[in-house]
Design a protein around this ligand. Structure first.
Ligand code: SF4
Ligand code: SF4
Length: 226
Protein backbone atom coordinates (compact mmCIF):
# COMPACT_ATOMS: atom_id res chain seq x y z
CA UNK A 1 0.00 0.00 0.00
CA UNK A 2 1.09 3.52 -0.57
CA UNK A 3 1.38 4.74 2.95
CA UNK A 4 3.15 7.33 4.93
CA UNK A 5 5.04 4.94 7.10
CA UNK A 6 5.57 4.96 10.80
CA UNK A 7 9.24 5.50 10.33
CA UNK A 8 9.49 8.03 7.54
CA UNK A 9 8.26 9.08 4.17
CA UNK A 10 9.66 7.79 0.90
CA UNK A 11 12.26 9.87 -0.84
CA UNK A 12 11.70 11.07 -4.40
CA UNK A 13 13.45 8.98 -7.09
CA UNK A 14 17.00 10.00 -7.83
CA UNK A 15 18.26 10.86 -11.24
CA UNK A 16 21.18 9.24 -13.05
CA UNK A 17 20.72 5.74 -11.63
CA UNK A 18 22.48 3.26 -13.88
CA UNK A 19 20.99 -0.25 -13.96
CA UNK A 20 22.17 -3.45 -15.62
CA UNK A 21 20.83 -7.03 -15.44
CA UNK A 22 23.60 -7.95 -13.06
CA UNK A 23 22.77 -4.99 -10.89
CA UNK A 24 19.10 -6.03 -10.57
CA UNK A 25 19.84 -9.06 -8.42
CA UNK A 26 18.04 -9.28 -5.11
CA UNK A 27 20.21 -9.01 -2.07
CA UNK A 28 18.23 -10.63 0.70
CA UNK A 29 14.77 -11.49 1.91
CA UNK A 30 13.48 -10.37 5.28
CA UNK A 31 10.29 -11.19 7.09
CA UNK A 32 8.31 -8.39 8.62
CA UNK A 33 5.30 -8.46 10.94
CA UNK A 34 1.98 -7.44 9.38
CA UNK A 35 -0.91 -5.25 10.37
CA UNK A 36 -4.00 -7.24 9.40
CA UNK A 37 -6.67 -4.93 10.80
CA UNK A 38 -9.60 -3.70 8.72
CA UNK A 39 -10.01 -0.02 7.94
CA UNK A 40 -13.15 1.49 9.51
CA UNK A 41 -14.58 4.93 10.26
CA UNK A 42 -12.85 6.57 13.21
CA UNK A 43 -15.77 7.13 15.57
CA UNK A 44 -16.47 9.99 17.93
CA UNK A 45 -15.93 7.80 20.99
CA UNK A 46 -12.26 7.41 20.03
CA UNK A 47 -11.84 11.17 19.78
CA UNK A 48 -13.53 11.69 23.15
CA UNK A 49 -11.31 9.11 24.79
CA UNK A 50 -8.23 10.67 23.25
CA UNK A 51 -9.26 14.12 24.50
CA UNK A 52 -9.89 12.75 28.00
CA UNK A 53 -6.44 11.17 27.93
CA UNK A 54 -4.83 14.43 26.78
CA UNK A 55 -6.61 16.30 29.54
CA UNK A 56 -5.36 13.87 32.17
CA UNK A 57 -1.77 14.11 30.88
CA UNK A 58 -1.91 17.91 30.56
CA UNK A 59 -3.12 18.26 34.16
CA UNK A 60 -0.38 16.00 35.40
CA UNK A 61 2.29 17.96 33.51
CA UNK A 62 1.04 21.39 34.59
CA UNK A 63 0.48 20.43 38.23
CA UNK A 64 3.66 18.44 38.68
CA UNK A 65 6.17 19.98 36.26
CA UNK A 66 9.18 18.75 38.24
CA UNK A 67 8.05 15.16 38.71
CA UNK A 68 10.78 12.62 38.19
CA UNK A 69 8.92 10.53 35.60
CA UNK A 70 10.11 12.83 32.82
CA UNK A 71 13.17 10.71 32.33
CA UNK A 72 14.87 10.31 29.02
CA UNK A 73 13.60 7.36 27.07
CA UNK A 74 15.60 4.21 27.64
CA UNK A 75 15.21 3.16 24.04
CA UNK A 76 18.43 3.03 22.14
CA UNK A 77 18.75 6.09 19.94
CA UNK A 78 19.83 5.25 16.45
CA UNK A 79 21.48 8.00 14.49
CA UNK A 80 20.39 6.92 11.07
CA UNK A 81 21.74 8.14 7.78
CA UNK A 82 18.99 9.34 5.40
CA UNK A 83 19.31 6.25 3.17
CA UNK A 84 19.06 3.93 6.16
CA UNK A 85 16.00 5.79 7.39
CA UNK A 86 14.38 5.40 3.99
CA UNK A 87 15.02 1.65 3.91
CA UNK A 88 13.70 1.22 7.45
CA UNK A 89 10.62 3.16 6.38
CA UNK A 90 10.12 0.85 3.41
CA UNK A 91 10.32 -2.13 5.75
CA UNK A 92 7.62 -0.68 8.03
CA UNK A 93 5.53 0.14 4.98
CA UNK A 94 5.50 -3.54 4.10
CA UNK A 95 4.33 -4.34 7.61
CA UNK A 96 1.67 -1.63 7.66
CA UNK A 97 2.13 -0.72 11.32
CA UNK A 98 1.63 -3.87 13.36
CA UNK A 99 3.10 -2.13 16.44
CA UNK A 100 0.62 0.75 16.14
CA UNK A 101 -2.22 -1.62 17.03
CA UNK A 102 -1.15 -1.42 20.68
CA UNK A 103 -1.54 2.35 20.96
CA UNK A 104 -5.33 2.65 21.21
CA UNK A 105 -6.55 6.15 21.97
CA UNK A 106 -3.34 7.28 23.65
CA UNK A 107 -1.02 7.14 20.64
CA UNK A 108 1.75 6.21 23.14
CA UNK A 109 1.86 9.90 24.09
CA UNK A 110 3.45 9.52 27.49
CA UNK A 111 4.26 12.36 29.89
CA UNK A 112 7.82 12.73 28.66
CA UNK A 113 6.77 13.06 25.03
CA UNK A 114 3.94 15.48 25.73
CA UNK A 115 5.98 17.62 28.10
CA UNK A 116 8.62 18.01 25.38
CA UNK A 117 6.02 19.05 22.80
CA UNK A 118 4.26 21.44 25.19
CA UNK A 119 7.54 23.17 26.04
CA UNK A 120 8.84 23.25 22.49
CA UNK A 121 5.63 24.82 21.14
CA UNK A 122 5.00 26.96 24.20
CA UNK A 123 1.53 25.51 24.69
CA UNK A 124 -0.30 27.10 27.59
CA UNK A 125 -3.75 25.55 27.51
CA UNK A 126 -5.41 22.18 27.06
CA UNK A 127 -7.49 23.63 24.23
CA UNK A 128 -4.33 24.49 22.29
CA UNK A 129 -2.99 20.99 22.78
CA UNK A 130 -6.30 19.43 21.71
CA UNK A 131 -6.51 21.56 18.58
CA UNK A 132 -2.95 20.67 17.68
CA UNK A 133 -3.58 16.92 17.78
CA UNK A 134 -7.23 16.54 16.90
CA UNK A 135 -6.89 18.05 13.44
CA UNK A 136 -4.76 15.02 12.53
CA UNK A 137 -7.33 12.38 13.52
CA UNK A 138 -8.05 10.58 10.25
CA UNK A 139 -11.61 9.88 9.09
CA UNK A 140 -10.69 6.25 8.49
CA UNK A 141 -8.36 4.22 10.65
CA UNK A 142 -7.51 0.62 11.37
CA UNK A 143 -10.00 -1.03 13.68
CA UNK A 144 -8.77 -1.54 17.25
CA UNK A 145 -5.57 0.28 16.47
CA UNK A 146 -4.16 3.70 17.22
CA UNK A 147 -6.57 6.56 16.65
CA UNK A 148 -3.99 8.06 14.26
CA UNK A 149 -3.36 4.80 12.37
CA UNK A 150 -4.95 5.85 9.11
CA UNK A 151 -5.46 3.96 5.90
CA UNK A 152 -2.21 5.34 4.52
CA UNK A 153 -0.17 5.02 7.71
CA UNK A 154 0.38 7.34 10.62
CA UNK A 155 -1.45 10.64 10.18
CA UNK A 156 0.69 12.49 12.70
CA UNK A 157 3.83 14.30 11.58
CA UNK A 158 6.98 12.89 13.17
CA UNK A 159 7.42 15.90 15.44
CA UNK A 160 4.04 15.26 17.12
CA UNK A 161 4.59 11.54 17.63
CA UNK A 162 5.65 10.06 20.93
CA UNK A 163 9.21 9.11 21.77
CA UNK A 164 8.05 5.52 21.54
CA UNK A 165 6.71 5.96 18.01
CA UNK A 166 9.81 7.73 16.78
CA UNK A 167 12.30 5.32 18.29
CA UNK A 168 10.69 1.91 18.54
CA UNK A 169 12.04 -0.92 16.47
CA UNK A 170 10.44 -4.35 16.64
CA UNK A 171 12.77 -7.34 16.60
CA UNK A 172 12.28 -7.86 12.85
CA UNK A 173 13.09 -4.25 12.05
CA UNK A 174 16.05 -4.39 14.41
CA UNK A 175 17.35 -7.46 12.60
CA UNK A 176 16.97 -5.71 9.26
CA UNK A 177 18.67 -2.59 10.66
CA UNK A 178 21.69 -4.54 11.87
CA UNK A 179 21.90 -6.30 8.54
CA UNK A 180 21.99 -2.91 6.82
CA UNK A 181 24.81 -1.79 9.07
CA UNK A 182 26.87 -4.74 7.92
CA UNK A 183 25.90 -4.62 4.26
CA UNK A 184 27.18 -1.54 2.54
CA UNK A 185 26.00 -2.82 -0.83
CA UNK A 186 22.37 -2.40 0.25
CA UNK A 187 22.98 1.28 0.71
CA UNK A 188 24.98 2.12 -2.39
CA UNK A 189 21.82 2.24 -4.46
CA UNK A 190 23.03 4.73 -7.00
CA UNK A 191 25.74 2.37 -8.16
CA UNK A 192 24.62 -1.17 -7.48
CA UNK A 193 20.82 -0.98 -7.35
CA UNK A 194 20.66 -4.05 -5.20
CA UNK A 195 17.19 -4.62 -3.75
CA UNK A 196 15.62 -5.90 -0.58
CA UNK A 197 12.60 -8.18 -0.42
CA UNK A 198 10.36 -7.91 2.60
CA UNK A 199 7.61 -10.43 3.18
CA UNK A 200 5.03 -10.06 5.91
CA UNK A 201 4.70 -13.20 7.90
CA UNK A 202 1.60 -13.81 9.99
CA UNK A 203 -0.41 -16.58 11.57
CA UNK A 204 -3.38 -15.68 9.39
CA UNK A 205 -1.26 -16.26 6.28
CA UNK A 206 -1.87 -12.82 4.90
CA UNK A 207 1.13 -11.82 2.95
CA UNK A 208 2.48 -8.69 1.48
CA UNK A 209 5.66 -8.87 -0.53
CA UNK A 210 7.61 -5.80 -1.43
CA UNK A 211 10.82 -5.19 -3.26
CA UNK A 212 12.60 -1.99 -2.53
CA UNK A 213 15.74 0.00 -2.68
CA UNK A 214 16.44 3.49 -1.44
CA UNK A 215 15.03 4.88 -4.66
CA UNK A 216 11.88 2.85 -5.10
CA UNK A 217 9.27 0.71 -3.42
CA UNK A 218 7.23 -1.89 -5.23
CA UNK A 219 4.55 -4.11 -3.74
CA UNK A 220 4.39 -7.38 -5.65
CA UNK A 221 1.43 -9.19 -4.14
CA UNK A 222 -1.18 -8.72 -1.49
CA UNK A 223 -3.40 -11.67 -0.71
CA UNK A 224 -4.02 -14.77 1.36
CA UNK A 225 -2.14 -18.01 1.01
CA UNK A 226 -3.93 -21.39 0.82
S1 SF4 B 1 8.51 -1.36 13.85
FE1 SF4 B 1 8.05 -3.47 13.26
S2 SF4 B 1 5.91 -3.77 13.85
FE2 SF4 B 1 6.29 -1.55 13.79
S3 SF4 B 1 5.71 -0.89 11.71
FE3 SF4 B 1 7.91 -1.33 11.68
S4 SF4 B 1 8.06 -3.47 11.03
FE4 SF4 B 1 5.96 -3.13 11.70
S1 SF4 C 1 0.90 7.82 16.57
FE1 SF4 C 1 -0.19 5.90 16.38
S2 SF4 C 1 -0.23 5.46 14.17
FE2 SF4 C 1 1.34 7.01 14.56
S3 SF4 C 1 3.25 5.84 14.78
FE3 SF4 C 1 2.40 6.18 16.83
S4 SF4 C 1 1.18 4.35 17.26
FE4 SF4 C 1 1.54 4.40 15.05
Amino acid sequence: MSIQTKMNESQPPRANTTQTDEQHKYAATFHSPANERTVIVNNEANALQFKAYLSQQFNEITHHPEADHYVESLFEVYSQAPDTKTLLGHFCRTCGGHCCTQAGNTAFLDLTSLKGIIEKLNITSLQQLERLYCCYIPTLHYQNSCIFHGKHGCSLPNWLRSETCNRFMCSELNYFYHHLQQSDHLLTQRASYTKVIAKSDTTKHTYRVSVFSVDEYQELRLGTSN
